[in-house]
Design a protein around this ligand. Structure first.
Ligand code: CMP
Length: 140
């Protein structure tokens, strides 16, 4: 299995509850390595750009408001089959549907305040990593 990269966000509901370390520990225990990480306050423009694919969805406005409601931690994760590995440990988008032992089952408050984001494909991982990081900020 190839070592690949994925993109992760620890969302405002998790940073607010001081869960950055707890969430990162679950990512690391799932076999992912944090090769870049920064805590940022997203601007509205950044959040709208990042989630542009969802702009026609009814929840778009609330999603953007939530993502700028507090700091987030953006990360690049590396590991074997990183996109799938990360999605497995995150659990389903809606914590009510997430499996036991996943980040969202353990920590998420709701479908919106669901603690983490993770890329859904290798192609989107590259786009999302490039959105927040320069290559020289990623150190494997
Ligand atoms: P994320 O993986 O960050 O990608 C889009 C986000 O939209 C998703 O996680 C959810 O947190 C959020 N969201 C809010 N409401 C909904 C909804 N009704 N259906 C799907 N996603 C939603």
């Amino acid at each position: 299995m190839a070592v690949t990269r994925t993109f992760s966000i620890i969302k405002p509901d998790a940073t607010r509850r001081n869960l950055t370390g707890a969430v990162t520990k679950m990512l690391e225990e799932a076999g992912l390595r944090v090769v870049a990480s920064k805590r940022i306050q997203m601007t509205r423009k950044q959040a709208e750009g990042f989630y542009a694919v969802h702009k026609e969805r009814p929840f778009f406005g609330e999603l953007v408001d939530f993502m700028i409601s507090g700091p987030v931690v953006v990360q690049v994760l590396e590991g074997e089959d990183a996109v799938k590995r990360n999605r497995d440990v995150m659990g389903a988008t809606n914590p009510a549907d997430a499996d036991e032992g996943t980040i969202r089952k353990t920590y998420a408050e709701s479908i919106e305040a669901n603690s983490v984001h993770g890329s859904d494909s290798d192609e989107n991982a590259k786009i999302e990593i490039d959105f927040f990081f320069n290559e020289d900020e990623i150190v494997g």
